[in-house]
Design a protein around this ligand. Structure first.
Ligand SMILES: [Zn+2]
Ligand SMILES: [Zn+2]
Ligand SMILES: [Zn+2]
Length: 264
């Protein structure tokens, strides 16, 4: 019997830009907003399918995000790139190592894996650790689609300023964060989606991030059923920004849960 396709569930663990919202020391309207959707931890999502939990990026807020979402196991981690706001919570997978009594596979480009090795040298150098360290198994990606718990994951290259980093597609959902540009050949990998996450930092142009306007252009080109903007800075109040978006485009917010429809 072919493996049954269960719907994919996506939980937004964080929807904020690298400094988080509220931003330390800032007293702007969004940083002081009482709308819970204006409280944004660093960008990450949890993917749940086939009884597995896969986290995309381990932000500096990972510990709290895992507590808040009630995550009890992590079966694999996908890394988009190695900027601090996407990797610095990696040490906090240790409780999952204890619970699961095993290594957690981490997937990312060879460049991303190299930076993680350097930043977390104590995890990967072979000296005997006196205190518990994360137990991780590095699985560098060669850019080709790969199998993860009986579903195909498609790496989607995007430009983050001058850097080429990864987004990921799983069935009819794709998660792209941190892109200034989605190259033409990657647009071809994003057809026929139910759910598309895109970077939309703010309205004003930025050298390494997309804007609301630019990402609306991608939505128009790719025509997913639903699009969600993430990696949002304090320029965008949730409620007022959404009022001006088309109905199929929403701002992601922390704790948001989405079920992705796969065609029967
Ligand atoms: Zn980022
Ligand atoms: Zn602010
Ligand atoms: Zn980045």
């Amino acid at each position: 019997m072919p493996p049954q396709i269960e719907p994919l569930r996506i939980t937004v663990l964080g929807s904020g830009t690298s400094v988080g919202i509220p931003t330390v020391g800032c007293h702007c309207d969004v940083c002081r907003s009482e709308d819970p959707r204006d409280k944004r931890l660093r960008p990450s999502v949890l993917l749940q399918y086939n009884g597995r939990n896969v986290v995309v990026d381990t932000t500096p807020d990972f510990r709290y995000q895992a507590l808040r979402a009630g995550i009890t196991r992590v079966d694999a981690i996908l890394f988009t790139h190695a900027h601090a706001d996407h990797i610095m919570g990696l040490d906090d997978v240790r409780p999952f190592n204890f619970r699961q009594r095993g290594h957690i596979p981490i997937h990312g480009s060879p460049e991303t894996m190299g930076t993680i090795r350097r930043c977390f040298a104590y995890v990967f150098d072979r000296t005997e650790a006196e205190t518990p360290i994360p137990r991780l198994e590095i699985r560098p990606l060669d850019g080709c689609p790969f199998d993860l718990f009986d579903r195909e994951i498609v790496p989607v290259p995007v430009l983050h300023g001058k850097q080429r980093i990864l987004g990921f597609r799983l069935g009819r959902a794709a998660y792209l964060t941190d892109h200034s540009e989605v190259p033409e050949e990657s647009l071809e990998l994003l057809r026929g989606l139910d759910v598309l996450f895109l970077d939309a930092l703010r309205h004003k142009p930025h050298p390494t991030h997309s804007t609301v306007e630019r990402s609306l252009g991608y939505v128009e080109k790719l025509a997913p059923a639903r699009a969600f903007f993430t990696h949002i800075c304090h320029d965008l109040p949730h409620a007022r920004t959404e009022e001006r978006l088309p109905p199929n485009v929403r701002l992601a917010y922390d704790g948001m849960e989405i079920t992705v429809e796969e065609p029967g």
